[in-house]
Design a protein around this ligand. Structure first.
Ligand SMILES: [Zn+2]
Length: 233
């Protein structure tokens, strides 16, 4: 696996690499990159450490015995990849900038607790990288560098995103992972958008599901169980 930071031997090189040269915040109100969005602007960690590495997690199933047969599940693998969002575009567009995080047997992921177990080492590494101390690394010249990183995006198709976020299946009443629109509302008007799900709202729903295990409450919120990222700080 190629190390994207291989040629960056000095602190200056690394700072240049993660500097705003290729990611200047827009001043004309047009959104050009992540820094122009409210997610970046409301993230206390990224406001404090704007050069921190921003990680994207990607998940999808891969059928290795018959790539075209979506019904074949017996040899299906669950694949987790990560990439760095704030690399310069010419680097992040390369296939070699996508890193394999974990390969699992997809059927195993459906068993209770397996997903959490698979993601645990990644989540504990992320918690260290996002902590106040960060992760100190030695550079070849004897200098020290504090590496900091956080997870900014999880990409997956509807079914897998629901599993990762602990949401009920897309056939639930509140089926949308982005907002609280109900099936009834969408039947009446297919352009309906409900109250947007936020990190705070999601946390509240997870707590409510834990408190009231009764099905109606779960149905109401579209939330089924705790999430694989529950230990992410
Ligand atoms: Zn929605």
């Amino acid at each position: 696996m190629k190390n994207p930071f291989e040629n960056l031997k000095t602190v200056e090189d690394q700072m240049d690499y993660f500097s705003e040269q290729f990611e200047e915040q827009s001043t004309d109100g047009i959104r050009r990159n992540y820094k122009d969005g409210s997610d970046f602007q409301s993230n206390p960690f990224l406001q404090k450490y704007p050069y921190a590495i921003r990680i994207i997690l990607y998940y999808d199933d891969l059928e290795i015995s018959n790539a075209l047969g979506s019904k074949d599940t017996i040899h299906r693998l669950g694949c987790f990849y990560i990439s760095v969002q704030n690399l310069p575009p010419e680097e992040s567009s390369l296939l070699s900038s996508i890193f394999l995080l974990a390969l699992t047997y997809a059927e195993d992921l459906k068993k209770p607790g397996v997903l959490e177990k698979v993601l645990l080492p990644f989540i504990s590494d992320l918690n260290r990288l996002k902590s106040e101390n960060g992760v100190e690394i030695d550079l070849p010249g004897g200098e020290k560098f504090i590496l900091r990183a956080c997870l900014v995006c999880v990409c997956a198709d509807a079914l897998d995103a629901h599993a990762l976020l602990g949401l009920l299946s897309p056939s639930a009443n509140m089926f949308c992972r982005l907002c609280l629109v109900s099936k009834k509302d969408i039947m009446e008007d297919s352009t309906s958008v409900g109250l947007l799900r936020t990190a705070q709202l999601h946390q509240k729903h997870v707590e409510e599901v834990e408190k009231h295990q009764a099905l109606p409450s779960k149905r109401k919120l579209g939330q089924g169980k705790k999430i694989a990222f529950q230990n992410l700080e």
